[in-house]
Each structure stands twice: as structure tokens, then as C-alpha cells.
Design a binder for this molecule. Sequence first.
Ligand SMILES: CN(C)c1ccccc1CNc1ccc(C(N)=O)cn1
Length: 246
Amino acid sequence: MRIDVVSLFPEEVDRCTAFGVTGRARERGLLQLHGWNPREYADGNYRKTDDRTFGGGPGMVMLVEPLRRCLAAVRQADPTPVHVVYLSPQGRRLEQKRVRELAAMPRLVLLCGRYEGIDERLVQAEVDEELSIGDYVLSGGELAAAVVVDAVARLQDGALNDAGSAAQDSFEDGLLDCPHYSHPVEHAYGTVPEVLRSGNHAAIARWRRQQALVRTWLRRPDLLQGRELSKVDRKLLEEGLRALEQ
Ligand SMILES: CN(C)c1ccccc1CNc1ccc(C(N)=O)cn1
């Protein structure tokens, strides 16, 4: 998968995705990341990329023309058709389902706004999809772009070892993950649950599913709103909640 990032600070996204799973996915060529700076496509010796907003009021707006030229160069760099995503607080909320769909695309362009955002005419003419990573305001779209790069990179084939992809599964069916434990078995902070050391894989899978269901019920009941639980899951959840009351 190829991702082109259009930003006044392309290095920010590069550095945020240069480590761990995402860094390895890039090293392995599972994901190519290219940065583009619209300032290189701006006119004049100040290479102006932003200007005052019409209608008055505070703040500056990113200009159409440097971005239009920059995006033309991005398209020209590779014959693969692009899907242009604009990261903004006005975008649709990014969820894992959409991450999976984006991860399956051959090519993405991530457009990062600064100042008060980008001239709406550029957005209307060039943007396929406006996305928000959450209901909060950042100083620029770069960290939101890095979140998208990270989320899609780890879904590329070969990016995660089997343990990672197992962890992945629990989120896949829309539940929160179960708790995790490692050494030592006994610690001042507590003891590792017996079942996890039993070697009984059916019991371990059952316990993990039950924990995921109980946690989701208690912490994110909204995630259970839209779905019918199977009889098995409903029983696991009820039993898990009863155990908490003991
Ligand atoms: C400067 N601002 C407010 C702005 C305004 C319009 C577009 C981009 C930006 C850049 N900032 C962003 C970007 C994304 C998110 C998000 N929630 O995904 C939050 N902030």
C-alpha cells in the first residue's frame, strides 16, 4: 500500500510512524510512505501557502493553488488511482470498520490542514472523504494522519506476528479486549488468574470471551447497542456479571 501525506510538516508523520510495527511494515515494503510539502508549490519568495480568511475573523486559511499543484504532482508520481482523505474535526468519525476498508486500498492521500483549515473550494474539488479521529481540535492534521497510517499499516499482510493478529481479533468483532497477564505469577499487585495457567485452551478462550463481554458491557455499553448477542455470549455475560456481584 502506498500513502502520500500532503502537509506543511511531512516529517511529523514520517517520525510518528518510523518505529515498531509501523516502522517494520515500512522497512518490509508492506507500506510506502511519501511526504509532500505544498510550500514547494507556492509562489513568490515567501512561498505563501496561507492567507487571511474572507469575511474577517481570526486565523488564516490554506490557499487552494499550492495544494492543487501539490496534489497534481502526487497523482503524477504513481499511476495508481488515489483516494484523497482530508483529516478534520468536521469529518466522519474514524472507526475500525472504515480502517479495514482504507487498509484494503492500493493508495491513499492524506491531506493535513493547519491554521483554520483549507479553502473549501480545494476540499470540494479534490477530497474524496473527510475523516475525524475524534471530537477534539488539534493544531494540525498531521497527528490524525499518523493515526490513520498506524491503523492501516498494522493491517497490511505480514505486518503483525500471530500474537498481534490474535489481539487484533478481539477488537474485530466490536468488543473491547480481555485483560492480559505475564510473569511473575505472584506479585504484590496480585496473582495471574488460575485459568490462564491451566493449559485448558477451551476454558482460556471462554474466560477471555467472558472478560471481553463483561468489560464491554461495563465500559462501552454503546458498542453492544447495535447487536444481538448469541445465546452463548448472553450466558457468558450474565454469568460474568453475576461473578462480579459475589
Ligand atoms: C486547525 N484545525 C482545527 C483544523 C481545521 C480544519 C481542518 C484541519 C485542522 C487541523 N486540526 C485537526 C485536524 C483533525 C482533527 C481530528 N479530530 O481528526 C482535529 N484537528
